[in-house]
Design a protein around this ligand. Structure first.
Ligand code: NDP
Length: 601
């Protein structure tokens, strides 16, 4: 590399960084991969209890029929509901295990919960609802309220069922209806079902020896126990003043709640296995003049601009211009220092790596600027490429480690050793605690039915678990052969983008389009052909190779099958060509006009 002009003016040594990244990765790769985690079931079932229900419902089981059931009341389900309403579908029933709409923003109410993606692109349907977020980055209550606003505006509360968990979905071939069985004894019939269960909906625990023996208070961040901690989602945890608190995990969730725990607890121990990359957030109130100056269609344009940039594409202007797009701005900057014309893919990849190094150097430099204790600062530095893990953006997290009542327990990539009745053991030392918070994330890579919490039986009693035993099968990640009139949003073989609701909006629109077409063509049943499914699977496998080299060099996490991407089934990935291309594929498919690959009867 040196001497070719690209590295001459760099303030870092790319080879040394590559070596360090490899070293840090290697010490974290484990033989047990994904199975190091424990599913929350049976003896840990209390961890799933909904602490936010104000009025538990008590109702008789239902056996009625609707045209479309939408499972999941998060943004995916809501956007599906809106798209159906816009297509003129009146008979819709939203079903949700929580007590209200909101999805991830219903469940995740931990102190400091907020969205890292700019609110003006993240919150869907701003122009349609006439709502302008109060700040550049929305906090959880505002997002939750916006979910309810959408539901109200499109009458999605009508006929909705809350506190109702689906237990089984079964296709009745004779009636050409889905039968939806629930934990309330319902057997509801529906012509179409749209499922949007969420990609990170099932909290998981670490399989640390002894977690079942802990006798203090313990909970997962996605079921925060304010009765114990005091305070609320905005902080002020006023019941922790005499408590020693331990938190396991330092991902995007922990980064947001650690400052509040540090402010509230008598003492806080943060148990770290891998540090997050914590970049500048720079939140600020929305300028009303800016909001007024936006021309119609502004939100979609802004979403698309952001999506192209975070997908590594070129836009003349960076409208969002924040930490997410920083590395890509850097890439353009470096590329301009060379003859940018006719760069080979290899050269572009090399430049992208340099841009990434530059961004991560700044992020590591920020730790030195903020954290006073040198050893603590060193331990908080992330040594991997920015998009190996979920990038974080926070302006108080690092500062928290300057507090005298906060201890970072860095486990050098090994994790916590053991949990006892009253303590956590790490690095051979015992840390006595009263309260243990699990910020250990959500199931990824487990079976689809397990994450949904129910099995789906299609034609001839075939279960989705059987059908997908050797890998996910679908057309566009949305529809599955032998599972007619069923749509899956946000799953494998679909799109992926940092601004997740953008993907859900596209998929919701596609599903509503197909349902509308089925009505227009007087078809009772619609499902993909085997050939169309096979062709899509081949595309997914082919495109999966694009990201594999990058992921293999990454430190372990849920993005790369815990450091073993080569063992993950290529069929189970999202569309490797990126979301920009995926949305184009869906659009071109609609424009074809004859529903290619779908069989209607
Ligand atoms: P993650 O899966 O990202 O993090 C889990 C954490 O637990 C990691 O730090 C992991 O360490 C740690 N961990 C696991 N096992 C052990 C162990 N045995 N000992 C010590 N540490 C352990 O979960 P999060 O809830 O933080 O985030 C999940 C996702 O939710 C994010 O990636 C993001 O997509 C989303 N999110 C989005 C937000 C937003 O702003 N929009 C805010 C919060 C979350 P290691 O890294 O070593 O595996």
């Amino acid at each position: 590399m040196s001497g070719d002009g690209a590295t001459d003016t760099l303030s870092f040594n790319p080879d040394a960084l590559r070596d360090r990244y490899r070293e840090e990765r290697d010490k974290r790769v484990r033989t047990d991969g994904n199975s190091q985690y424990v599913r929350i079931a049976a003896r840990f079932a209390d961890f799933l209890h909904d602490p936010y229900v104000e009025t538990p419902i008590d109702r008789a089981p239902l056996t009625d029929e609707v045209e479309v059931v939408v499972i999941g009341g998060g943004f995916g389900g809501l956007l599906a509901g809106v798209a159906l309403r816009e297509a003129g579908v009146k008979d819709i029933r939203m079903m949700e295990s929580a007590a209200d709409f909101g999805g991830t923003w219903y469940w995740n109410r931990y102190p400091g919960a907020a969205c890292d993606i700019e609110s003006y692109v993240y919150l869907p349907l701003l122009e349609e609802t006439g709502y302008i977020p109060v700040e550049r980055y929305a906090r959880a209550p505002e997002i939750y309220e916006h979910s309810r606003r959408i539901a109200r505006q499109w009458n999605l509360y009508d006929n909705a069922l809350f506190q109702t968990a689906v237990k089984e979905l079964r296709w009745d071939a004779a009636a050409q209806r889905w039968i939806i069985h629930t934990n309330r004894g319902d057997a509801i019939r529906a012509r179409f079902v749209i499922m949007s269960n969420g990609p990170l909906n099932a909290p998981k625990l670490p399989g640390i020896p002894g977690i079942e023996t802990f006798k203090g208070h313990a909970f997962h961040t996605s079921r925060w126990d304010y009765a114990y901690t005091g305070g609320n989602v905005l902080g002020n945890l006023d019941k922790l003043g005499d408590k020693r608190v331990g938190i396991i995990g330092t991902g995007a969730t922990a980064v947001q709640c650690v400052p509040h725990l540090g402010a509230g607890a008598k003492h806080l121990y943060v148990f770290q296995r891998t540090p997050s990359a914590v970049n500048v957030r720079g939140d600020k109130p929305t300028d009303p003049e800016w909001a007024k100056s936006q021309a119609p269609g502004w939100q979609q344009r802004r979403m698309e601009n952001f999506n192209v940039l975070v997908s590594g594409g070129y836009q003349a202007e960076d409208l969002v211009n924040d930490g997410w797009t920083e590395a890509f701005r850097e890439l353009v900057h470096i590329a301009q220092r060379e003859d940018a014309k006719g760069l080979s893919p290899e050269k572009l990849a090399e430049l992208a790596e340099l841009a990434d190094f530059a961004t991560m150097e700044r992020i590591r430099g920020r730790v030195d600027k903020v954290v006073r204790d040198h050893a603590v600062a060193e331990a908080l530095k992330p040594w991997y490429r920015q998009f190996c893990k979920r990038p974080c953006f926070h302006d108080d997290y690092l500062e928290t480690f300057n507090r005298p009542n906060v201890t970072l327990v860095d486990t050098q990539g090994h994790g916590v050793e053991r949990v006892t009745e009253n303590a956590i053991i790490a690095n051979g030392q015992t840390y006595e605690i009263d309260c243990l918070v699990y910020a250990t994330g959500f199931e990824v890579g487990t079976s689809y039915a397990q994450r949904c919490g129910y099995e789906i039986y299609g034609k001839d009693g075939l279960s989705i678990s059987q059908d997908w035993a050797k890998g996910v099968r679908s057309l566009h990640g949305l529809m599955v052969h032998d599972f007619p009139n069923l749509f899956i949003l946000g799953g494998a073989q679909g799109g992926f983008t940092a601004n997740y609701p953008h993907n859900l909006k596209e998929q919701a629109g596609q599903s509503a389009y197909i349902i509308d077409q089925a009505y227009a063509r007087q078809a009772r049943v619609v499902e993909p052909t085997v050939e169309a499914e096979e062709a899509w699977i081949a595309t997914i496998i082919d495109k999966a190779r694009i990201a594999e080299g990058f992921l293999k060099a990454c430190t372990p996490g849920y993005y790369n099958n815990e450091g073993r991407p080569e063992e993950a089934n290529r069929q189970n990935t999202t569309y490797g060509g990126g979301s920009v291309e995926y949305f184009q594929v869906l659009q071109a498919w609609r424009e074809a006009g004859d529903l290619p690959g779908l069989a209607l009867s």
